[in-house]
Design a protein around this ligand. Structure first.
Ligand code: SF4
Length: 346
């Protein structure tokens, strides 16, 4: 049995899948997670696009796969040094590890909706975020969602937006919007639901079917145009102004509920760990990878690997695929460096 420890920083889907695959390869992963449970954003989600799969079932499967894997919850990294290809990692609980490799799986933060003041989040009660709507689907406990008759979804909140310095696409929010639009229509069949988009990016397997289903089966109205202003009338309803960019006409609409599709941003606090490891950020603020093709799981620092949305916005299937690839890359790195002292048994 080898004693090479691989430290996985972050216990979301990328961290859990990387750890599981490393374990299957005969290595000893240790997951370090700052919160009190594994799961990351997936733990907040109810159903997953494109086919409305149960998020809890997927999460349970991932947690089950990690049951025998060493983990440290409620734990932060306090210091990392490197000597002779070994990382000495100190933790907030006073423990420390010597690791042959580190995999950063630190994920992302959702864009903070209050930064786009024009949408009225935090000002008007019935402006909510995609994460809050998902929480409602999971718990049915949100007094702001009270038999709405007219509902709007605003795409690209905090993404593709030079004003907040995020020019990239967050990849998942078009499909999430259409999934949530169908679900809210299922819940409130008499409502009218509108999606305000710049352009719909439905690129993955099953996404086109979701787009067609949203229009044909649920009568979701997709309006190409950007909402530019939200206010409230004396009845407490939201009044939005937008431009229909296909027709070239300004629009004004009264709504009962507005859902902001907040995109992904780099995880808070990640710079601290990047500084310890001497790892840079890319132009979008996420962790820089070694290159765009064969180096997607590598950083420029030997022995430090990456997986998931810490390097750019990613869907869940892409995150899982990247985590599996990261495990193979770690395995090959140890083998190439003569650090692997065991043989695989099939
Ligand atoms: S996925 Fe859609 S909503 Fe999200 S940033 Fe890209 S274009 Fe905008």
């Amino acid at each position: 049995m080898n004693e090479h420890k691989i430290l996985i920083i972050g216990g979301g889907p990328a961290g859990m899948e990387t750890a599981y695959q490393l374990k299957k390869l005969g290595l000893k992963p240790v997951i370090i997670e700052r919160s009190d449970k594994l799961g990351g954003h997936l733990a907040q989600w109810d159903r997953l696009f494109p086919a409305s799969d149960d998020a809890e079932a997927l999460l349970e499967k991932m947690r089950e796969q990690c049951i025998d894997i060493e983990k440290r919850l409620n734990t932060r990294i306090t210091n990392i040094t490197k000597e002779n290809n070994i990382f000495h990692v100190s933790l907030s609980n006073g423990n420390s590890y010597d690791a042959d490799a580190i995999v950063l799986c630190t994920g992302f933060d959702l864009f903070k909706a209050e930064r786009k003041q024009e949408y009225g989040y935090g000002i008007y009660n019935n402006v909510i975020t995609n994460a809050e709507l998902e929480h409602y689907f999971k718990t049915h406990n949100d007094e702001r969602i009270n038999e709405p008759k007219k509902i709007g979804f605003v795409h690209c909140v905090g993404s593709r937006d030079v004003k907040v310095n995020n020019t990239y696409c967050s990849k998942v929010c078009c499909a999430t919007a259409l999934k949530q639009a169908c679900e809210i229509k299922e819940e409130f069949p008499d409502s009218d639901v509108y999606c305000f988009y710049m352009d719909l990016r439905m690129f993955g397997k099953g996404y086109e079917d979701l787009y067609l289903k949203a229009q044909k089966d649920f009568d979701i109205k997709c309006v190409r145009g950007r909402v530019c202003e939200v206010s409230e009338n004396i009845e407490g309803k939201l009044v939005i102004k937008a431009e229909d960019t296909l027709l070239g006409t300004p629009m004004k609409m009264t709504l009962d509920l507005l859902v902001l599709m907040c995109g992904m941003e780099k995880a808070s606090g990640i710079e601290r760990i990047q500084n310890m490891l001497n790892i840079k950020s890319n132009a979008d603020g996420f962790i820089e990878t070694r290159d765009t093709f064969y180096g997607l799981n590598h950083t420029k620092e030997e022995g430090v690997f990456v997986a998931g949305a810490c390097t750019s916005p990613k869907t869940l299937p892409d995150t899982i695929a990247e985590a599996r690839a990261a495990a193979v890359e770690v395995f090959n790195y140890l083998k190439d460096n003569g650090q692997q002292t065991f043989s695989l048994r099939f």
